[in-house]
Ligand binder design. Structure first.
Ligand SMILES: [Zn+2]
Length: 288
């Protein structure tokens, strides 16, 4: 093994000869080996779990892995503290498939390898599309609709963007979206956005929600498109600023309510934000 010098974020290539000597243990593995299953979507449609990484490696030969984080986790025992490494790994083929996994070990490298295997077992399909009102090109360069994902206090909103925008996101979120194959998207994050593990899982959860919605669409139930953006070039901003902005808005509204008729134009541009506690205001139409 000469690859001990590899750094984080590099691709850990597996020995391809392992695939040729693969002895499948599961029925799905045997069918993949025999060539009866030729696409990973066939497995997803059955709803059965993938328990062998070779299944994913065979069906998605171009799958890449990226180590998002190696964290040191500790636990106190009777006489000392035990230290382990926790590797958070994302895998994807940059064409509509993404997986996220975690591996723990007393050493970093086995933790990464366990993480890669875990991520490959959790590969999901992402139905790319173009839900941007400004673009509307039907090409799979963005997402078909607005998505939201949450893990712990970390929350992410993914919003379709027109061609050429790129991925407007933090480092962790960007890596996950790149591996999934999303090219243009706006993101808005809230909560503990520094937490790599939680942010990655929130992004993964958001993309997983899309797959479930797509099944609903297949049953001819119309999927609601996001409302047209009022200020599309608004950058992703952290939660404290957003809540401050709403606190500034709140007294202004009370002043408007005190003087009816002065300015009667209703402001409803606070999408995605938590509704500020205000008395006597009309109920804001929160996005579903
Ligand atoms: Zn488009």
């Amino acid at each position: 093994m000469d690859n001990d010098r590899r750094g984080y974020g590099r691709r850990y290539e597996r020995d391809e000869s392992q695939l040729s000597t693969w002895d499948p243990k599961t029925k799905i593995g045997q069918q993949v080996r025999a060539g009866q299953i030729t696409s990973i979507e066939q497995i997803f449609s059955t709803g059965k779990p993938i328990k062998e990484v070779e299944v994913v490696e065979t069906l998605l030969p171009g799958i890449e892995d990226k180590v998002l984080e190696i964290a040191s986790v500790q636990r106190m025992t009777k006489n000392n503290r035990k230290q382990k490494f926790r590797a958070t790994v994302a895998v994807g083929d940059r064409n509509g498939h993404i997986g996220l996994g975690v591996g723990k070990d007393v050493e970093a490298r086995p933790a990464i390898e366990t993480g890669i295997r875990d991520a490959k077992k959790h590969v999901i399909s992402v139905n790319l599309g173009c839900g941007s009102q400004e673009c509307d090109c039907k090409a799979p360069h963005s997402l078909p609709l607005r998505l939201r994902g949450k893990c712990g206090s970390s929350e992410i909103i993914l919003k379709p963007a027109p061609r050429g925008v790129g991925i407007v996101a933090s480092e962790t979120v960007r890596v996950v979206l790149e591996l999934a194959g999303v090219k243009d998207v706006w993101t808005f994050s809230r909560g503990r956005t520094r937490d790599v593990y939680n942010m990655a899982l929130a992004t993964y959860t958001a993309l997983a929600g899309l797959y479930e919605l797509k099944n609903i669409e297949a049953m001819h139930i119309s999927v609601p498109l996001p409302p047209p953006a009022a200020a599309p070039h608004q950058p992703a901003r952290p939660a404290p600023e957003a809540s401050e902005a709403q606190q500034h808005q709140a007294p202004q509204r009370q002043a408007e309510a005190a003087q009816p008729g002065a300015t009667s134009a209703p402001k409803r541009e606070h999408e995605g934000g938590a509704p500020a506690p205000e008395a006597g205001a009309a109920p804001a139409n929160a996005p579903a």
